[in-house]
Write a protein that binds this ligand. Structure first.
Ligand code: ADP
Ligand code: MG
Length: 676
């Protein structure tokens, strides 16, 4: 940006702020109302207030061998009275002010021997008309990184707003006018420095509309485009499917059958299927996908199963070898950056790529490696994306480039439950199949919110389970904003568990590790070379580790229930009774109630619905799951969503490719969508 000092710019970059415009659109995540400027005489403990006062005296008090905290102490007064102010650990503040300075102070009033303000936010008043930035207003609170202070960020934004009097409108002006929305300049100003409650609310409403409008625009555009694409239809082959499903060692659940039926019907159409298969971890999505693949491959076309990790691809490949053993006509291919396997035998990668180029009845199980340029298909009939949220738009686009005019059918799979209300509002016409029931032989995972006093007993329990040959997961939360990948939290948990369980092998998995390292740790865990695996929440382990029977979740209050449910689903994948223990330091009654609910409910959709009510849309999926729409302001609001849809359709009707709306195009181009 070149307008701020180097350190500030570096801090801002860490927040993803690279331009002034990024800065202006970096909105607060909450507000504190200090607009109430009080008189000192009226104050009582607990009041959250601002005062306007004069410094009567101020001095620095040094610390004393850890017994006393260094601090600055002041006495301030207004025309009604005087009071004490303390800033702990900031003795240097005594040099910032002098007797007679006029200041705003904002904070919560405390009683300790006498009424006082402790560590209040301060702001010098230089002239009487000065607008307060840090005090005496509805104060914006922003997410920060390590060394960036709220004060510095707020000042930077304030200065940016002073320097730039207007912000370029982001919505078509006819919409702003027709819906009576606040213009973008007023919106941005009031989101940062609200003039009144009403204006703040209007600004939030405008952003809510904007969010849902862009989402609807992307969805509608995508839908229109899909409708025009052509795909190879596959006639339902009843004999084949029945033979396959009856050869399985178990009965498919009713939901699995229904999902298969939905998919086979889609495959009969000459337009590409675009279906999302949702089902809890362990609900048996893979077999549904295999059944669809069988029909396509049997008709001499290629099917790709795309997996987010090497190890997951290998796991699926192993299952495929087993399930398709009788089908000698089908070529089973594993293609990853490390492996090139045809029908169970390692071959030269070059040779394998030739095979794929020639085509025929092939099921290709792969990682990102299949997206590389040198991979060419003969006839790609079906693409299945496992753990779809792990893939971005670009990766899908790459796959698309490999298929010329005839598009493959697309099936994505996900364990993220989209709550019904959200689906109806946003994805009203999305094709989804859900698996709501678990295979019958599965035992319900016993879940408990463990009081901290019982932690030793819980550790004892882990020890016992491991003694019986089982394994355990420990998930740690993100605690500090600066620890975005959770490296710090996981590492310290890892170290403390090493002390707690000296005889056991503890593993560590976090997002800073290289892909290879991660794979290795997962492989070791799968091979039971690791007893306890500590992992950040950022890492999702989509791998089946049937031997793991205990899931520990630390800082459980920091997760949505749907997210907790995902973690829990990592255990309970075999005949062993499994357990999920959750912990929290938080004693808030509502929080505990929410967590208790989790211990009593095993249905992911129900939990997602509770999240939706409690935490709003944005939080269901965890922050910014790649590509999935992340809503900060829009909440469940069918009416607003319909309005947005109406306008999206209207604009697309006259400008289907958004050629006349380049700004809108830019907004949505990298956002399309996990509609699939
Ligand atoms: P996910 O939905 O998480 O991808 P998987 O497809 O990996 O789940 O299935 C989990 C396990 O359940 C696998 O070992 C699979 O063989 C098994 N399984 C799938 N369907 C059934 C069923 N109907 N009855 C019993 N076991 C099943
Ligand atoms: Mg799976």
């Amino acid at each position: 940006m070149g307008v701020f000092d180097k350190k500030l710019e570096k801090d801002l970059t860490k927040l993803g702020i690279a331009t002034i415009s990024d800065l202006l659109f970096y909105f607060p995540f909450r507000y504190e109302d200090f607009s109430n400027v009080a008189k000192i005489v009226d104050l009582k403990a607990g009041d959250q207030i601002s005062i306007k006062a004069e410094i009567k005296e101020i001095r620095a008090i040094p610390g004393f061998y850890g017994k006393k905290i260094s601090r600055a102490e002041a006495v301030v007064s207004d025309d009604s009275g005087s009071m004490k102010v303390v800033w702990f650990n900031q003795p240097y503040l005594a040099n910032n002010f002098k007797k007679g300075d006029q200041i705003f102070l904002a904070g919560t009033v405390r009683f300790y021997k006498t009424l006082q303000l402790q560590n209040p936010v301060y702001e010098k008043i230089r002239d009487e008309d000065q607008i307060s930035v840090h005090t005496a207003r509805i104060l914006p609170i922003y997410r920060l990184t390590g060394s960036l202070s709220l004060r510095a960020l707020r000042t930077a934004i304030y200065n940016a707003l002073q320097a730039q009097s207007t912000v370029e409108e982001t919505l078509p002006s006819e919409i702003v006018k027709d819906l009576g929305l606040l213009d973008i300049t007023t919106t941005v100003k009031n989101l940062h420095f609200p003039e009144t409650d009403t204006l703040l609310q209007q600004a939030k409403d405008r952003m809510a509309f904007e969010e849902i409008f862009f989402a609807q625009l992307a969805i509608q555009k995508h839908k229109n485009e899909l409708g025009q694409q052509k795909a190879t239809p596959f006639a339902f082959n009843k004999t084949l499917v029945q033979k396959f499903t009856s050869s399985l060692p178990f009965e498919l659940t009713a939901d699995q059958k229904k999902a298969i039926w939905d998919i086979l019907q889609d495959l009969e159409k000459p337009q590409p299927m675009n279906r999302l298969l949702e089902g809890d971890v362990g609900s048996g999505k893979t077999l549904v996908a295999f059944t669809a693949a069988l029909e396509v491959v049997n008709a001499e076309k290629q099917a790709v199963l795309l997996c987010p990790t090497e190890i997951l691809a290998q796991q699926h490949y192993k299952s495929a070898l087993k399930y398709f053993e009788e089908y000698s006509k089908i070529s089973l291919i594993l293609l990853t950056s490390k492996r090139a396997i045809l029908n169970g035998k390692e071959i030269a990668k070059k040779e394998l790529l030739q095979e794929i180029k020639h085509g025929g009845p092939q099921l290709i199980i792969s990682t990102h490696a299949v997206l590389e340029k040198n991979v060419e298909f003969e006839k790609l009939g079906l693409v299945i994306i496992d753990e779809q949220h792990r893939f971005g738009v670009r990766q899908r686009a790459l796959l698309k480039q490999k298929t010329k005019d005839i598009h493959p059918h697309l099936l994505s799979m996900s364990a993220t439950p989209i709550p019904r209300t959200l689906r109806l509002t946003l994805f009203g016409d999305l094709q989804i199949s859900q698996i709501n029931q678990m295979p019958a032989d599965r035992k319900v995972i016993k879940t408990k919110l463990v009081p901290n006093l019982e932690r030793p007993a819980a550790y004892e329990f882990i020890r016992k389970q491991i003694g019986e040959g089982r394994q355990a997961f420990v998930v740690t939360p993100l605690i500090e904003e600066s620890d975005r990948l959770g490296v710090k939290a996981a590492t310290s948990e890892y170290e403390s568990l090493q002390k707690e369980f000296p005889g056991l092998v503890i593993g560590l998995l976090h997002g800073k590790m290289k892909a290879d390292q991660k794979e290795q740790v997962m492989a070791d865990f799968l091979a039971n070379k690791i007893n306890i695996l500590v992992s950040t929440s950022v890492i999702e382990v989509g791998v089946d580790v049937p031997n793991a029977s205990v899931m520990f979740i630390e800082g459980a209050d920091r997760f949505g229930l749907a997210q907790l449910h995902q973690f829990r689903g990592r255990v309970g994948r075999s005949e062993f009774q499994s357990f999920c223990f959750i912990f929290t330091e938080n004693e808030n009654e509502k929080t505990l109630e929410r967590l208790e609910k989790f211990t009593q409910t095993t249905n992911g959709f129900e939990l997602a619905e509770i999240d939706l009510k409690n935490r709003g849309f944005g939080n269901i999926f965890g922050e910014e799951q790649s590509g999935f729409y992340y809503f900060k302001y829009f909440n469940y609001d069918a009416e607003l969503s319909d309005k947005a849809k109406y306008w999206a359709k209207k604009i697309l009707a006259s400008d289907p490719k958004l050629i006349k709306h380049p700004d809108l195009f830019k907004k949505i181009e990298d956002k399309v969508i996990h509609l699939e």
